[in-house]
Design a protein around this ligand. Structure first.
Ligand SMILES: [Fe+2]
Length: 125
């Protein structure tokens, strides 16, 4: 995933956190493609889920402050995103099937692009 200006929400902290999410997702892909050890993949998945939590918490403070519409739906999207990562990580730990990490990676790329461009842009000032 490559950061582009179109992803900017005009908030330095949010842009930096979104860039960091891109970076972790890219690292996940590198580990997938280079046959890295399973624990490196799991570690990266856990880092992603932890960081997504940090980011969503910070972003939701902004949403609450601005009191824009669709806050509930926005938070629900965040919740489902974290849940998807955590569920897939748990499944992967159990069955070691790399296929589902690859599917998750595609999901993450599309979700992040769509979410930033369509949902997060609503709080851009
Ligand atoms: Fe968001």
């Amino acid at each position: 995933m490559k950061w582009q200006d179109k992803y900017s929400v005009n908030d330095d902290l949010m842009d930096k956190q979104h860039q960091k999410l891109f970076e972790i997702v890219n690292r996940l892909e590198e580990h997938m493609l280079s046959d890295s050890a399973l624990n490196q993949l799991v570690q990266t998945l856990e880092e992603l889920s932890d960081y997504a939590w940090v980011h969503f918490k910070a972003e939701e403070i902004i949403l609450d402050e601005l009191n824009i519409k669709n806050i509930v739906a926005h938070k629900e999207e965040h919740f489902l995103f974290k849940k998807k990562i955590m569920d897939t990580t748990q499944k992967f730990i159990n069955d070691k099937n790399i296929e589902q990490v690859s599917e998750l990676h595609s999901f993450l790329v599309h979700w992040l692009q769509n979410h930033i461009l369509k949902i997060d842009m609503m709080y851009k000032v």
